[in-house]
Design a protein around this ligand. Sequence first.
Ligand code: PLP
Length: 373
Amino acid sequence: MAPDLRIPTDLLPADGRFGSGPSKIRPEQVAALSAAGRSLLGTSHRQRPVRALVGHIKESLTSLLGLPDGYEIVLGLGGSSAFWDVTTCCLVDHRSAHGVFGEFGAKLAAAIARAPFLAEPSIAQAEPGAVVVPGPVDDADVYAWPHNETSTGVMAPVRRDPRYGDALVVVDATSAAGALPVDMSQADVYYFAPQKVLASDGGLWFAAASPAAVERAARIEASGRWVPDFLSFSAAVTNSRQDQTLNTPAIGTLVLLAEQLDWILGNGGLDWAAQRSATSAGHLYSWAQSRDWATPFVVDEAARSTVVGTVDLLPPVEAATVTAVLRANGVVDTEPYRRLGRNQLRVGMYPAVDPDDVLALTACVDWVVEQLS
Ligand SMILES: *Cc1c(COP(=O)(O)O)cnc(C)c1O
C-alpha cells in the first residue's frame, strides 16, 4: 500500500505520462484522431484516403530516418514481436549472430533458436546495464541487436562491421527509431513499432529495408521454405509498395502516427527529436548523480540511453513505494521493467515528453523521498 501523500501541485509535471511503451500521446494527436472521426475512421483501407495516409507515413519515415536510395519502408501487422518471427522465417538463411544485453534482444535470439530449419544462433551476451555488439562469426548471415534495449535503458551503436561481409544487419529500433541518431546505410533492416518513440498505439510493425534485405527474403521465400502468409516479408513488401497491408490495420493508429511524424518533421526532424530526448536525459541523469540515494543504472555514459532512462534507488529508499506514490498522484509508468527486478525507476523520454516535465518528475521524486524518510 502506498502511503497517502499528496504531491504539491506546483511540483507536478504538466503531463504525468513517462511510460516506455505505450508512451505519452500528445493532445494534438488525439485532436487529429477526432478530426478524422468522420472521414478516415471507419472507411476502407483499400481505398484512396487511407492509402494516401499510409503513403504519407512512408514518406515521412523515409525523410525522418534519411533513408539511402533504394531503401524502402515496409509495414505489417503484429508489432515488433511479430517481426521477430518475420526475421526468423524470411531473413535468416542459415545462422544468425546476436548482441544480447536485455530482454528484447534475447527474445529474437530465442525465437530463432527454436526454428527447426535454422542453426543454433551465435550469441554475444552482456550483463544487464552493459552493451555488446556481435563480432564477426564465420557462418552468420544475419547480425542482430537492439539500437536501444528498453528493458535496461542501454543504447548501442548501429554500425556495420566490414568483416560481416554480405550478411544482413537487422536492428531492433522499437524504442529508438525517430529519436536516436542513425546512419541508415549501416543497417539493412531497422524495424520498430509506433507505440514508443512515435507516440501512437501498438499493433503494427515498420521496417526500413535495404535492397539486399528485400532480395534475401525473396530468395528464401522462393526456396521452398514454408512461410505463413502473415509472416511473409515479401508479401509485406508487395502490399507496402501499394500503400497497403496484408490485412486490416488499425486506422486510428495510423492517424496518431502521421500526426506525430508531421510534428517531429515540422520541428526539424531527427536532429531536433534526438536533441529533445537528450535534453530530458541530461536532466534525469545529472539529477540522479547529484543525489546520494540515487544513481544511473548504466555505468558507461556513452551507453546511457537518451530515450529510456534507468535510475537505481539505494536502500532504504524503495522504488516500489516511490512509484506507487507517484502513480497515486497521476505520475505514471515510472516502474522498472518487470523482469529486471531492480530497485529502480525507468523513465520514457521520447520526443513527446517535455524536458521540463522530466525536471518536474525529479522534483516530485525528491519530495516523495523527503516525505518517506
Ligand atoms: C517494446 C519492444 C518490443 C516489442 O514491441 P511490440 O510491438 O509490443 O511487439 C521489441 N523490442 C523492443 C526493443 C521494444 O522496446
